[in-house]
Write a protein that binds this ligand. Structure first.
Ligand SMILES: O=C(O)[C@H]1O[C@H](OP(=O)(O)OP(=O)(O)OC[C@H]2O[C@@H](n3ccc(=O)[nH]c3=O)[C@H](O)[C@@H]2O)[C@H](O)[C@@H](O)[C@H]1O
Length: 407
């Protein structure tokens, strides 16, 4: 009776209990050794993962933030504007730490390449999401930031129809997460953040002044940025955070975003692919106040330099500025400049502008930014596109993959 079940056991499991125990012990010791080998960390599991990947990230944050003047946390540091602003700050001696989630809205390899450029300038970029409150808390504790340049966002006007939730996640929830961290930080930093020309929406009065209506956004992107401006007001009002919003007007240049028209027109013209040029009603041209990246960087630095300290409670500085070029150019003219510089005729198709969130015209009144930030754009579209094309040719001739369209 006793032997029978044992023999049944033997036929079901090909190895003995002793062998099973032996292998379980080996496995257990591997698990124990793995965890003992991890760098010590008091942080949450997500932080532990980060330190495993990025080495001693806490030391890197402290080193990168070191400065006798500004200590700036740049969100979206591996983005187009984030990279340029970070380098400009570091060059003049400010401490800079970046955070970026390296999402796949457009080619991640370009973001990695920008991040490598930042590393060459000794700027440390933490890979993480602005919605990760505990990560932000640790970063503020380590970096003791005097300023936050908040540039992380879901960009793109037309993509909002494809993926509306990503705008809520990054531009609304993400902004609240950053402001919560700022409000709780010691010291409380001054915040400068990227709003957008798109908040003017269906406004037809030109040039667009900060005093004009912004309650008719034409896209969810615009609505998310407008919501951001209202959220900024709340955090300023209740928590005394010093907050400056910058309404960027169609920023372009080297290391730019492949989802923007000037960028993918270049790619498609070079490949002989047809490009769609949108038109307004009755063949009216669609135009943008295209603004070169170096001018935008100067505006960002001007905003950081003139920002007052946060007060913790009670009245604090709350500002909004247009950063444009104040000379709109028709999209058809943009294409003609590209054709001239590339020495290639574009295969163009004129199309009525689809109802996709786009607006017909943007034109910034920049008198306020001129007066208060010393903002003074100097680069015209042809000069700026020449600089962009120099970079583009150089970057994509040494890189195997051309940008793919995901938007
Ligand atoms: O100022 C901003 O705040 C925004 O600027 C930018 O948006 P936009 O000004 O719309 O730039 P972009 O897409 O390059 O289209 C340029 C022009 O080409 C036209 N356009 C576009 C696509 C196409 O296939 N054909 C075409 O004619 C199109 O109708 C438009 O007239 C940023 O992307 C956005 O993230 C935000 O920062």
């Amino acid at each position: 009776m006793v032997d029978k079940p044992m023999s049944i056991h033997r036929t079901r499991f090909p190895f003995s209990i002793t062998k099973l125990l032996f292998w379980s012990l080996i496995l257990l010791s591997f698990i124990v050794l793995f965890f003992l080998g991890s760098p010590p960390s008091s942080a949450s599991p997500s932080h532990r993962r980060r330190s495993l990947r990025g080495g001693d990230w806490e030391t890197s944050v402290r080193e990168s933030a070191k400065s006798k003047s500004l200590r700036v946390l740049v969100t979206g540091a591996a983005g187009f504007v984030g990279t340029h602003v970070s380098i400009a700050l570091k060059r003049r001696g400010d401490g800079v730490v970046g955070i970026d989630n390296f999402n796949r809205y457009y080619e991640a390899s370009l973001k990695r390449a920008r991040s490598n450029l930042l590393a060459q300038h000794k700027i440390f970029v933490v890979e993480g999401d602005i919605n990760d409150g505990s990560l932000l808390k640790s970063l503020f504790k380590l970096g003791k930031f005097t300023h936050v340049m908040h540039l992380a966002a879901q960009a793109g006007v037309r993509y909002a129809m494809k993926n509306p939730k990503s705008y809520v996640h990054s531009n609304i929830a993400g902004l609240v997460s950053v402001l919560e961290a700022c409000k709780n930080a010691n010291p409380q930093p001054a915040v400068v953040w990227a709003s957008s020309s798109s908040v003017y929406g269906l406004n037809s009065k030109v040039p667009f002044s900060e005093k004009d209506r912004t309650d008719r956004p034409a896209s969810l992107y615009a609505a998310s940025k407008k919501a951001g401006e209202e959220i900024a007001h709340t955090y300023n009002h209740i928590y005394g955070l010093s907050i400056t919003g910058l309404r960027f007007f169609t920023v372009y240049g080297p290391w730019g975003r492949p989802d923007m028209a000037y960028f993918f027109f270049t790619k498609d013209i070079l490949k002989g692919k047809q490009i769609s040029v949108f038109e307004g009603p009755n063949g009216r041209s669609v135009a943008r106040d295209f603004t070169y990246i170096d001018d935008i960087v100067k505006g960002c630095l001007g905003a950081l330099d003139t920002a007052n300290r946060s007060t913790g409670s009670g009245p604090a500085q709350l500002r909004l500025y247009n950063l444009g070029n104040t000379s709109p150019v028709a999209v058809s003219k943009l294409v003609r400049i590209l054709e001239k510089l590339l020495k290639v005729n574009a295969n163009k198709k004129l199309l009525p502008m689809p109802p996709n969130g786009d607006v017909f015209f943007t034109h910034a009144d920049i008198s306020l930014a001129k007066k208060e930030l010393g903002y003074n754009p100097t680069i015209d579209l042809e000069t700026g596109l020449r600089k962009f094309l120099d970079w583009y040719m150089d970057y994509y001739s040494s890189s195997s993959s051309l940008p793919k369209r995901a938007w």
